[in-house]
Structures are given as structure tokens and as C-alpha cells.
Design a protein around this ligand. Structure first.
Ligand SMILES: [Zn+2]
Length: 447
């Protein structure tokens, strides 16, 4: 990333279909099958990497250092002379004027740089050079993808943006070239303490505002924060843990964004939705919910207000679900999770159930049997079992309004072939308790 500080006049951006569309449409379509799995993308786009690295980059790399801006140099020289003569005020004025212009020639025709980065099917090119050449690069890239890989560049997502004044999108982030003449750091040059422009040309990563809005909208209806009806049948433990998982996923994902403090708003919206959900579940007021669940949390020596519920267990550590206590601390060195689309929006209920690897009928875990997912097309299909005692699995799916059931292979086969169940079903609440215990265990192992 440091290298891309060269990025200047043009910024080419070729984001392929997929991730952003999927995200902006919310979690409903998030699991929709995508053309590219990350692995498939890597196999296919390995050719693209080689094309960019061996053809485009050499073609668009020119020159060593950019030529200095002569006007800038002239002003600084003059300022120095004035200072020697004791005319400090005049010297400062000239220096100020110089610092409004670039120290090098940004349009140096003998200087070109092209940088490339790809993650799965999303990629970004940073280019130092005129827009017309950025267009050429885009054409060449499009032709290569079409002729060699039979792929089309997305018209709407393949954008050339001016990196100083606009932002390019990459992996859900906005990427910009920083430009703020007023941001200075002290430096001693030739014995005088001066301040130099310190961030210009650096790369900045931001949470895009529309992404933030879209995340907030998931908890809102007509501009008002609402509860989540689909969680009302879950325990307070699961509800609190679900919100926290979702929020933590987003916060961790945007750890690299210098404006990540904006997630404060998302947290506020989510907290309202969470407390409203608990209030609706227990038919109590939101303030009663705070009275009951509010705790003070201490994270890295700092105090935060949060919500918490604890399930004591005999002879074992209690199970704790917590809302809050996630510092919005920018960390440019943070590692992103390998599969950001999973962390995005937190894990879904289904992902968590899958993660737990518990058969939702007999309670077997993956240690004893292979865990599979049983799907039905629509909940109304469950009504086909009329006139006789509904099988336990049908009751269970209907009761929880779910189209999936996580099963061990034995139970799954018995259901699929309509055979009597070989394993005895355990109570639904015991299944939930098992899942919770196992996800909590897994969660605690995550960094
Ligand atoms: Zn089973």
C-alpha cells in the first residue's frame, strides 16, 4: 500500500461484479450463489495478474524521480535569502505561497507509475499519469479479459476516478489519495524548525458513507429504528450475542479506515434496535431493559457502558453474552479476516448454527457424525404433513420458522428417505443450549 502513494492524476478502478452488489442488497441475497468463489477467482485471475505484471506495468512505468517544480524551488530559495537578511515576515509569506503548490511537477511527462492489487475478483489499479492513458489501460485490460478469459469488465463498476478528488472502491473500502496542505509535521531543515506537509500523497482508506447508511438501514424502517421480529423467539443471550457478532464483524472489518469512528452511529442504531427487541420480547419498556442488562465494561483500561447477560453453569465457567466494549480504534496494521464477506454484517443465524456443528434433532456433534444441512424450499411445504402426527423435524422447523435444519448424517438420511429415526431427538431447548455453548467456545477462541 505504501507504494501507491505515487498515485496521482488518474486512478483506474476495475471492480468486478459481485461483492458490492451483494452487500448493498443486504443480507437476504448475501448467500446467493456467486459466479466466482474466491478460489475460482484466484485460478482464473492468475492470468490477469501475470498480464498486468508482465505487460501493463512495464509499459506504464517510466522515469526515476519526478522533476522538481521550479516555481516551488524558486519561491523557497527566495524565502531563504529574505530570512538571511532578517526579513522573517516576508520569508514566511513566500514559504506559505510555496506550500500551496506541489514540490514536484505532477504532470512530468517522463514519469509514470502503475500499481495493481487484487483480492478474489475485486481489483484496483493506481496510476500516475494522465487520464487518457488510464483509459488506454482500461481498454487493454478489458480486451485481455474478453479475449483470454471470456470475461466482461462491469461497465458500471469499472471506473476511472481521480484519486485526489474522488474515491475508488476496493473491498468495501473507499481508497483515496490524501491531500491536506494544512496537515503539517515539524521538521528541522538547515537548522531552522519548519513544518512540512506530511500526509499529501499518502493513501487513505475510509468507510464509505453509503455503506454505513445501508448497514444502519438494516435496523430501521421508514427512518425509525425497529426491533427484529425474527429474533423474538430466541433467548436474550442469543439476541445480545447476535447483535454483538454483527457489530464486531463490521468494526473489525473497518479497522483500517481512518474514519472508522463514524461507526459510532451504527452502534447507536444497533443498540436501539437491540434494546427494542429485548423490550418487545419481554413486554417491558426500553428503560427497564437498560436497568436489567446495563453493565460497565473495562477494555484495555478504558471504561465502556454495555449490556450483558450471564448464564451460570454448575461446575463450569458461566456463559456471557455482551453488547459493547469494542473500541473504535483505527489500526492501519490490522489484519483483515480472510473472508471479509463472511465477517460482513456478522455471521447469520444459519452460519452460527453451522459453526456450532450440532445436530438439531439428536444433539450429536461433528465429532461423532458428519453434520449436514437439510433444506426445504418454502415453509408452507411443511403443511404437507397434515392429517397425521407431524414428524419431530417438521414441528421443529415450523416452530422456529426456519427453512433449514442442521443435522447429523444419520438423522438427515432418515428424514430424506422417510425412515423411522434411528437416533432419539433431544429437546429443542437443549439443542439451543448446546449450540450456544459451542459457539461461545468457538468465539472465545477467535482473536
Ligand atoms: Zn442427529
Amino acid at each position: 500500500m505504501r507504494e501507491s502513494r505515487m498515485t496521482r492524476n488518474g486512478h483506474v478502478r476495475f471492480g468486478e461484479r459481485g461483492r458490492e452488489t451483494r452487500l448493498s442488497q443486504g443480507r437476504k441475497v448475501r448467500s446467493a450463489p456467486t459466479l466466482f468463489s474466491p478460489i475460482l477467482a484466484n485460478i482464473l485471475l492468475d492470468k490477469l495478474d501475470r498480464f498486468v505484471e508482465t505487460v501493463l506495468i512495464p509499459q506504464y512505468t517510466k522515469g526515476g524521480r519526478r522533476t522538481p517544480n521550479h516555481e516551488y524551488q524558486r519561491l523557497l530559495d527566495r524565502s531563504r535569502q529574505l530570512r538571511k537578511k532578517g526579513l522573517a515576515a516576508e520569508a514566511d509569506a513566500l514559504r506559505k505561497r510555496a506550500q500551496k503548490m506541489p514540490s514536484i511537477d505532477p504532470t512530468d511527462p517522463n514519469y509514470r507509475r502503475l500499481r495493481y492489487v487484487r483480492y478474489a475478483d475485486d481489483f484496483l489499479l493506481g496510476f500516475t499519469g494522465p487520464r487518457s492513458e488510464a483509459e488506454e489501460i482500461k481498454q487493454q485490460l478489458g480486451a485481455f479479459l474478453r479475449d483470454e478469459l471470456k470475461l466482461e469488465l462491469s461497465k458500471t463498476k469499472t471506473l476511472i476516478t481521480h484519486a485526489r478528488s474522488e474515491a475508488a472502491r476496493f473491498l468495501g473500502y473507499e481508497v483515496t489519495v490524501l491531500q491536506k496542505d494544512a496537515k503539517r509535521s515539524a521538521r528541522v531543515t538547515e537548522g531552522t524548525r519548519t513544518k512540512i506537509r506530511s500526509i499529501n500523497g499518502g493513501i487513505g482508506l475510509r468507510v464509505p458513507l453509503d455503506v454505513l447508511e445501508e448497514k444502519c438501514n438494516r435496523y430501521q424502517k421508514n427512518g425509525k429504528v425497529v426491533d427484529r421480529a425474527e429474533l423474538l423467539n430466541d433467548s436474550d443471550f442469543t439476541i445480545i450475542a447476535t447483535y454483538q457478532l454483527e457489530y464486531r464483524g463490521i468494526a473489525n472489518y473497518y479497522r483500517l479506515a481512518y474514519n472508522m469512528h463514524l461507526l459510532k452511529r451504527l452502534k447507536w442504531v444497533m443498540e436501539q434496535s437491540l434494546t427494542k427487541t429485548l423490550a418487545a420480547k419481554f413486554k417491558k419498556s426500553v428503560s427497564k431493559i437498560y436497568d436489567h442488562y446495563e453493565v460497565e465494561l473495562e477494555v484495555d483500561g478504558k471504561r465502556y457502558k454495555g449490556l450483558q447477560t450471564v448464564i451460570p453453569r454448575e461446575g463450569k465457567e458461566p456463559l456471557v453474552a455482551t453488547w459493547g466494549g469494542i473500541p473504535l480504534k483505527w489500526d492501519i496494521g490490522a489484519d483483515l479476516e480472510d473472508q471479509p464477506q463472511r465477517a460482513w454484517g456478522g455471521r447469520t443465524e444459519l452460519e452460527k448454527r453451522l459453526l456450532a456443528q450440532v445436530c438439531e434433532l439428536c444433539g450429536t456433534t461433528h465429532m461423532l457424525d458428519k453434520i449436514e444441512v437439510h433444506h426445504i424450499r418454502a415453509l408452507k411445504d411443511l403443511n404437507r404433513y397434515t392429517g397425521r402426527e407431524k414428524p419431530e423435524w417438521v414441528k421443529r422447523m415450523a416452530a422456529r420458522h426456519r427453512k433449514t435444519l442442521i443435522l447429523c448424517r444419520t438423522c438427515h438420511q432418515d428424514i430424506t428417505y422417510g425412515r423411522p429415526m434411528r437416533r432419539q431427538s433431544i429437546k429443542l431447548k437443549d439443542v439451543t443450549a448446546l449450540q450456544k455453548a459451542r459457539t461461545t467456545m468457538l468465539e472465545s477462541r477467535m482473536p
